[in-house]
Design a protein around this ligand. Sequence first.
Ligand code: T46
Length: 135
Amino acid sequence: MKEYKLIDFKKNSDGRGFLIALEEDRDIPFKIKRVYYIYDTPMDVVRGRHAHRKLQQVIICLKGSCDFSLDNGEEKILVHLDKPDIGLYIGNNIWREFTNFSSDCVIMVLASEHYNDKDYIRDYKVFLKYLHKND
Ligand code: T46
């Protein structure tokens, strides 16, 4: 599956803890138009359940852990996030669901676009049709 990748961020450490800096077009492969974060999610809740037509995102689990399931219509993979120095890049046209939240889980998301409800595909069958619209 090409439309996702894990990005290893450079950690600055000098005995006083760690500092990670993220710059658009350098550490993050797009211009950052939006940042949001998710926390206090009950463990068994499933978030996501949608794909995006255009949006690209980098997801960072700042604290705790959770699982992302990614689906490009042909292949599904599960990514466990539990490190603040790893970013999960998700391109457009990927169905995502995330769950299995630890009680302390804090997820930060860097997004390539402003919030736009029309960019969401929330029906899995519509998602599959959208993928094959040019076949
Ligand atoms: C994604 C996953 C990882 C806003 O008002 N502004 C925003 O920027 C966002 C992202 C959401 N909202 C509102 C819309 C809903 O009323 O916040 C509420 C919860 O959003 P949603 O149900 O879309 O949350 P998740 O966790 O299912 O999905 C979010 C992102 O929407 C999505 O792009 O990839 O996190």
